[in-house]
Design a protein around this ligand. Structure first.
Ligand SMILES: [Zn+2]
Length: 331
């Protein structure tokens, strides 16, 4: 009995210390949870408040979120009004966690539509992604300094991966013909992406998904589609695609595919991580905006071939008529 008691105490102590070993990192959204996982590895327990596929602009925290936030050691937030509900959630939960704003150091863009509002979607530029992950590394090191070397080693590896992605996107977007290098989407989440990778933008809604779509916005977007001649426009994984589908139909353009903006995709999707989501977006955009150019070139060639055929037939008829006339005269 004595032995069993000692064993139980020992097990409890081991369990307690290993449990204590891992710090609990709670991110506001799935993109940042993925970044934290890449750096924290098996030294952290990583959670997200807004689940994959959820819309962080419109999220309403649940009682279980308050529990999660209360038990956290580290809380990672984007800020720039992305998660307008988060400060209240943290305050009400009584959390004693270290709270970090991981956009710190980013060159913030202002919204085109709402002049004074900051655009929160900074992660869409992989160059900014490097700032995010540095802030996350620093947050983990500060909260859990005994694992500093581990976090830094993971960070260095992840940094290379994101830098490679940044170069990949730059080179891929260049493949789209200049005139058609325009991205039409549901909400204005691509300004940082557009600025970094040199692609023009036209979104139906502003930087938040909150407002209803106005008829004037639909008219503006339709005009931009006609002016640029883009062959495709895009839906987003966290937003109802109905209006974009209607605009595509009205303007006789294709839906180029689904883009990830405010959430990564689930594990069976094309964008289950931050790096894969930006790569997927780029591949979908490049394919949709340049492939149709090739199709239209093909149609042009067909047209040319068709007119040659018509000339040939007309020519042969004329020749036949000439031969007929000559034979008739000679009789
Ligand atoms: Zn958004």
């Amino acid at each position: 009995m004595k032995y069993i008691n000692t064993l139980l105490i020992l097990l409890f102590v081991i369990n307690y210390t290993t449990g204590q070993d891992k710090i609990k990192v709670v991110s506001s959204a799935s993109i940042f949870q993925d970044m934290a996982k890449n750096i924290g590895g098996d030294k952290i327990e990583s959670y997200t408040i807004v689940p994959i596929g959820g819309d962080p602009h419109l999220y309403e925290p649940k009682p279980s979120d308050a529990q999660l936030v209360k038990s956290a050691n580290v809380i990672l937030v984007n800020g720039l009004t992305f998660e307008g509900w988060i400060n209240k959630l943290i305050d009400n939960s009584g959390s004693k966690a270290n709270v970090y704003t991981i956009t710190e150091g980013v060159n913030v863009l202002k919204s085109e539509k709402y002049k004074n509002a900051a655009d929160p979607h900074a992660w869409m530029d992989a160059g900014n992604g490097l700032i995010y992950i540095k802030n996350i590394r620093d947050a983990l090191v500060e909260t859990d300094p005994k694992n500093a070397d581990y976090y830094t080693a993971n960070y260095e590896k992840y940094k290379n991966e994101i830098a490679t992605l940044d170069n990949y996107i730059t080179e891929e977007i260049k493949k789209i013909p200049e005139k058609k290098r325009m991205l039409v989407t549901s909400h204005d989440a691509f300004a940082y992406y557009g600025k970094r990778y040199n692609i023009r933008l036209n979104a139906l809604k502003g930087i938040s998904t909150e407002a209803e779509t106005q008829t004037s916005d639909m008219v503006r977007v339709s005009k931009a589609i006609k002016d640029s001649g883009v062959p495709a426009i895009f839906v987003e994984s966290t937003i109802n695609p109905q209006v974009i589908q209607q605009i595509a139909k009205d303007n006789n353009v294709k839906i180029g595919g689904e883009l990830f903006a405010d959430s990564i995709g689930d594990k069976d999707s094309e964008g289950p991580t931050y790096v894969k989501m930006l790569k997927h977006n780029t591949d979908v955009i490049v394919k949709a905006l340049s492939q149709n150019t090739m199709t239209s070139t093909k149609i042009d060639t067909d047209d040319t071939a068709n007119s040659w055929l018509i000339y040939l037939i007309v020519g042969m008829i004329m020749l036949a008529a000439l031969v007929f006339a000559i034979t008739k005269f000679n009789k």
